[in-house]
Write a protein of this length. Structure first.
Lengths: 306, 250
């Protein structure tokens, strides 16, 4: 029996004025996963996450959380099991870190003990008495994460949580996010415009481009697309293609090159001999690797950040 | 109750009470200064004169005080970019309610302080008899209603604009408008003129004898409509604020 997804969207669409920012997104987030929501800036990641959290109303489509369709009446009940950090952290600068969390704890109705626990998790315990205005950007980001973690929700939605952090902070945040499913049984949706970041954190990935979900599967599956190929440049491409087909090799022509799947050295040597025997001049034999970056760029367009 | 408790937790160190106290003490200083040496006639009409001068003072100062109160309460959310977090924890309507009730409690304290002060002042100055309690009670309720209508309007503006200068300028503009309205008519359908409409005491000045006589007026149908309008504004501003708060996408 297939496991029920923790978050599902169907045909989720958002239109501002006449511009469709999110177009018929069908997102599926399995329980216990770290779902990397990847896409260039302005692709519609934040808008999609805001719609899931009920902060923006979908123009079309539906959302299912924990197997329950999200309606206005049920929204708060379902969101009670959710923690979120959208764009920049929300905090009251004139209050201390601890006082900020106390407000969230009051609203979430969770145990007071959770405050100390989440402060320790995000390593802000020693700075709990300091005014949030006096925190560094990284500390504010961690305070935002602590607020999201309060009550240890089943689902955590983090929108670009490493924004503004220094490399050490990014590493720290990444390590923390990676431990959440195993340690606390959480499902995490984390958005980013950085492929490398998602590659190091997520086990499932959804790639959004200009509001459309262009890829959604496991990260492993995305990696399997990152395959090596042999590229041949010859004088008579059509004859060479016939020869390869006779050998059962599925080659494709791309510009002046023939691209064939990775084959052994012996086959390449033999192929070169046969091409020459057929009076075909061999100009180039290259090994090509289609990296994860190439796949991401081909899915999202060249304008993406990596 | 949790949401209201949270509202008070949020304004810790914001010194809202202190700011309001400072503004209200200007009113108290004004009251102390005016009629500081009452003669026999002033003592006889003291209680009714207080009910005449209090609305005049409020029409000038309360729009500013209410704009400061609303701005301080709404600004904490703008500065901290907190709506997107709060709206995932509570219905926006409940958050709006908490802001309204929090503000109302401040208003209640301001109005109570004002009335306690003027009554204490009256006894200290030796006004004749006692305050006409039914008029004082009605004045208290109408004063509260006027303040609430202005607060709801200012809260709406403060939530709408990130830059709090806009609602504060609107508050100061309301005070100016109130001042102008005083010279036009002793009632107004505008929210800033509510204090004038609600005022029960009137003054009759005889230019020949140069004698001032205060009296309690009977509302004409138009004046009664103007008083009713105060409550209409409360409903209008409350509904508009709630709709704005609930439908606002963050």
């Amino acid at each position: 029996m297939p496991t029920q997804n923790l978050v599902e969207t169907h045909n989720l669409t958002k239109q501002y004025d006449k511009i469709r920012c999110v177009k018929a997104v069908d997102m599926q987030v399995p329980p216990g996963s770290i779902y990397g929501f990847l896409g260039p800036n302005g692709a519609g990641k934040s808008t999609t996450l805001k719609m899931i959290l009920g902060l923006a109303k979908p123009t079309e489509g539906s959302i299912t959380l924990f197997g329950m369709p999200v309606h206005e009446k049920k929204r708060m009940k379902l969101l009670a099991q959710t923690g979120s950090l959208i764009e920049s952290p929300s905090y009251y600068g004139h209050l201390t870190g601890e006082e900020n969390l106390r407000i969230i704890q009051t609203l979430k109705g969770c145990s007071e003990k959770d405050i100390d626990e989440v402060l320790k998790i995000v390593r802000l315990y020693d700075a709990r008495g300091k005014l949030a205005n006096h925190y560094s950007l990284g500390m504010k980001q961690r305070l935002g994460l602590a607020a999201a973690l309060l009550g240890f929700p089943k689902l955590l939605i983090l929108d670009e949580p490493t924004n503004g952090l220094d490399p050490a902070g990014i590493q720290e945040m990444r390590e923390l996010i990676c431990t959440l499913p195993s340690k606390y049984g959480m499902t995490v949706i984390v958005s980013s415009h950085l492929l490398s970041e998602i590659d190091q954190m997520a086990d499932h990935v959804g790639i959004i481009r200009k509001g459309e979900l262009v890829y959604q599967d496991t990260l492993e599956s995305l990696h399997s697309h990152a395959k090596e190929q042999i590229a041949l440049r010859v004088s008579h491409t059509a004859i060479a293609l016939d020869l390869l087909r006779q050998d059962g090799i599925e080659a494709v022509q791309e510009a002046d090159y023939l691209l064939l799947p990775m084959v052994g050295d012996a086959y390449v040597a033999n192929l070169c001999k046969r091409l020459v025997a057929h009076h075909i001049s061999l100009y180039r034999v290259e090994k090509r690797e289609k990296s994860l970056e190439d796949i991401f760029l081909s899915l999202t367009g060249k304008e993406s950040s990596l | 109750m949790n949401t209201l408790r949270m509202e008070f937790q949020k304004i810790k160190r914001k010194k809202i009470a202190l700011t309001i106290c400072a503004l209200v003490s200007v009113q108290f200083a004004w009251l102390l200064w005016s009629g500081s040496r009452p003669d026999e006639d002033a003592r006889l009409q003291g209680w009714i004169e207080t009910l005449y001068s209090l609305p005049l003072m409020n029409v000038i100062m309360m729009p500013t005080i209410m704009s400061v109160l609303a701005s301080r309460l709404a600004d904490v959310e703008h500065k901290g970019n907190t709506y997107k977090l709060l709206n995932t924890l509570r219905r926006p309507g409940a958050l709006y309610h908490a802001k309204v009730i929090c503000g109302l409690l401040f208003i209640l304290a301001v109005c109570a302080a004002q009335f306690i002060f003027v009554i204490a002042l009256g006894y200290t100055r030796g006004y004749a008899g006692h305050p006409e309690w039914k008029y004082y009670a009605a004045a208290f309720v109408l004063n509260l209603a006027c303040c609430l209508s202005l607060y709801l309007l200012q809260l709406l503006l403060s939530m709408l604009f990130f830059n709090q200068m806009i609602p504060l300028v609107a508050g100061l503009g309301g005070s100016m408008l109130g001042l102008i309205l005083m010279y036009v008519k002793m009632y107004s359908f505008l929210p800033w003129g509510g204090f004038l409409s609600a005022a029960q005491a009137r003054m009759d000045w005889n230019p020949d004898t140069r004698i001032i006589r205060f009296y309690y007026r009977a509302y004409s149908p138009v004046e009664l409509c103007a008083v009713f309008m105060i409550f209409v504004w409360i409903v209008v501003f409350y509904t508009a604020g709630r709709i704005l708060f609930s439908r606002k996408e963050v």
